[in-house]
Design a binder for this molecule. Structure first.
Ligand code: GDP
Ligand code: IMO
Ligand code: MG
Length: 420
């Protein structure tokens, strides 16, 4: 049996904290897509940790953590992260498994990401510059190198071949930066990678399922950043939705039971691209300040706005969300008034669908106002004790989406979660 936790917005919904909270109920925690563009924040014994490559179950010592075939793996980031978790007393070599089919992010992928973004100028995606797009391009273009290739004698010659190809592309961009230190780091890090438990992920996970073990698939990014269904071209390069679990781990759709969709009580986006409910005013600033809305991977300020029920409805549909987990509700504690977006006004017409594209049309959010709860909820642990205005807000969202909000997160801590 497989349950999924994934983001319903533009990433950073608090997936890391939620996976860490749910991990005790599962045997295997598996990442199925994305790479080091992800930044999942956890608090372990009060200490903040940001994970980019390692699944967020790593701090539960009896759990298996798997990096699936759908992930693009940055060996340099993985090495640093392993050192960090080891310093916190975690024996990662015991519990971390990597699929041999996961593609490797090469130093030239990072360089190509940077060169491509520079060439786009004002139209840049706002990529995290971790080499994600170029690595997935090499996967679908059937050029990339995989973790399993590391064990092959011909790895270096394959590497040189692809590097030459990349160099020609970099030259066409007139990219001048010296990447030799990136290459040194890469070769040092892949040596460490060879010592990991490199497995055939699809047999590994299906064997576990067969044995009755419970698997939790951990999404990265968010549904609105999905390469097919997100706000293209301002998206990431992987399938961030529940369908990505099947192709990113090698499991059949009927094995998936619950799809837990994580949404903030408001909305954020980092990088470029449309964001209908964005607040370019002091309320947006206030939410950024109270919510510490700065990227966990890049440190960039996140754009903030009201919760967007049109986009959430769409995300629930394409993912088959069974339960919603609402995070960062405490960030709205002091606000006198809240808004939710119930429709888009597109070229003067009210629509309840996410359109093909949002940049070439005049799009205004239709907002419904709610009175804020203006109560500190961070120490509350029972649904009954929550302020009535907050319950009104959540009830409305429940009814609108027709998917229940089952968990309410009211702080970054492991225990700050309320069952609704
Ligand atoms: P992820 O990428 O989805 O794992 O989310 P990030 O870690 O990038 O960003 C979420 C941020 O919000 C992190 O700093 C978390 O520690 C924090 N966080 C998660 N849930 C809550 C919550 O309910 N309340 C507050 N105040 N912070 C939260
Ligand atoms: P987590 O897992 C928020 C955004 C980038 C950029 C776009 C493409 O922490 O939620 P990429 O580097 O993938 O080519 O960037 O996607 N992005 C994220 N935004 N959270 C993330 O991950 C993100 N990963 C990528 O900012 O707009
Ligand atoms: Mg994040």
């Amino acid at each position: 049996m497989v349950d999924v936790i994934l983001g319903l917005q533009w990433g950073d919904e608090g997936k890391g904290k939620i996976v860490d909270y749910f991990a005790p109920n599962y045997d295997v925690i598996a990442r199925f897509q994305g790479g080091a563009n992800a930044g999942h924040t956890l608090y372990v014994n009060g200490q903040k940790v940001v994970l980019h490559q390692i699944p967020s179950g790593i701090f539960h010592e009896d759990k298996i953590n798997l990096i699936g075939n759908g992930v693009v793996l940055d060996a340099v980031t993985l090495k640093k992260e392993c050192e960090k978790v080891a310093s916190m007393g975690i024996d990662y070599k015991k519990n971390l498994y990597i699929s041999e089919r996961a593609h490797l992010i090469l130093p030239t992928h990072r360089a190509l990401d940077k060169a491509s973004e520079l060439a786009k100028g004002n139209e840049k995606i706002g990529s995290t510059l971790k080499g994600i797009g170029p690595a997935y391009m090499d996967k679908t273009g059937r050029n990339g190198l995989r973790v399993g290739d590391l064990l092959d004698k011909g790895f270096i010659s394959q590497y040189i071949k692809i590097r030459l190809k990349h160099q020609r592309l970099l030259d066409s961009y007139n990219f001048q930066e010296d990447i030799s230190t990136w290459e040194d780091d890469f070769f040092e890090s892949i040596e460490l990678l060879k010592d990991f438990k490199i497995v055939n992920g699809e047999y590994f996970i299906n064997d576990k399922i067969q044995q009755g073990k419970k698997v939790l698939a951990e999404g990265a990014q968010g549904s609105m950043l999905d390469v097919d269904f997100g706000t293209f071209p301002f998206v990431t390069s992987s399938s961030t939705i529940s369908a990505g679990v099947c192709s990113g781990l090698g499991i059949a759709p009927q094995k998936i039971k619950d799809v837990f969709g994580v949404s903030k009580a408001y909305c954020t986006r980092v990088g470029s691209g449309p964001f209908p409910t964005e607040l370019n005013d002091e309320t947006g600033e206030l939410i950024r300040k109270i919510g510490s809305e700065f990227g966990a991977t890049t440190g960039r300020p996140r754009r903030c706005g009201w919760i967007d029920l049109v986009a959430l409805n769409f995300a629930c549909m394409i993912n088959g969300v069974t339960k919603i987990i609402m995070t960062k509700t405490d960030i709205l504690d002091t606000l006198p008034e809240l808004n939710v977006c119930t429709a888009y006004n597109i070229n003067g017409e009210e629509k309840n669908h996410v359109p093909f594209q949002m940049t070439q049309v005049k799009l205004e959010p239709v907002l419904k106002s709610f009175a804020g709860w203006q109560t500190d909820i961070t120490a509350m642990s029972e649904y009954e004790s929550l302020p009535q205005n907050m319950k009104n807000y959540i009830d409305y969202i429940n009814k609108f989406l027709k998917v229940p909000v089952k968990f309410i997160s009211n702080g970054p801590g492991r225990d700050q979660i309320i069952l609704a």
